[in-house]
Ligand binder design. Sequence first.
Ligand code: FMN
Length: 269
Amino acid sequence: MRYYHVLLSTVLTLAVLIYVFISLYMPSELYSRGVTVLGEGEILLPLPTKITKLTVEEALLLRKSIRKWLPEPLDLTQLSMLLWATQGIVEDAGFGWYRRTSPSAGATYPVEVYVVIGNRSVRLGSGEFVEAGIYKYDYMRHSLKLVKKGDYRTDLWRASLRQDWVREAPVTIVLCAVYERTTGRYGERGIRYVHMELGHIGQNIYLMATALGLGTVAIGAFYDEEVSKVISPARDERPLYLFPVGVPEKPFRTSFEELSTLYEKLRRS
Ligand SMILES: Cc1cc2nc3c(=O)[nH]c(=O)nc-3n(C[C@H](O)[C@H](O)[C@H](O)COP(=O)(O)O)c2cc1C
């Protein structure tokens, strides 16, 4: 009898200790979704996986610039997939080279990615959200590193000629470039290569957003210096392209049948 008492209290004590450890070091909501928040400064994103059902041709057909959003957050898996589509890794190609989801002239990879996240804009689990702030995407770790805390969407809206879709989107991806990485190898011609790469990445964002049931719009009209003040990038990183992302108020709908009808009409005319 006494032996069982000791055994029971040991088991209970252990259970309490494990519970305390888990609740202190692994917030249950985050842990159960495969999300790890490391200290204050880094969020390990859920790893990329096959989650969409659209084929590439369907995503191309349904891609459209979206400027009106429902007042809904993204979830962290969606943000993870969007960021992976920008500069995520696909292969260890050897010699310290990790191939990415977008092509790069001479694999110079001039693009750095920031995310502006608003209050209650990226859902982690029931009742929990990623803290509003400016984050930098770490493509090697597939994680977000906090640059500064706060909801900067209104500042970004001002910096982008008060385009309302920037303020209203839960998240805006900001693509920056370090020109020297590419011009250092290709001289003047490297400038055009950098801009081509931004186009590749932008289309990846459009297609991934479409496949995830989200919407985005490419933003080229903004004050460079003002956007830089908002995101505080490194000195050699220049902001070049913005992509607000949200849940579309009205997703674009069409079909290949409708498209055939359109082409038939065009061929008749
Ligand atoms: C380089 C570039 C810059 C753009 N800048 C803006 C912008 O500042 N604001 C905006 O609302 N749309 C912007 N757009 C989106 C275009 O207006 C849009 O792609 C075009 O109207 C075609 O519509 P679609 O994307 O739905 O096919 C930009 C697109 C590109 C490619």
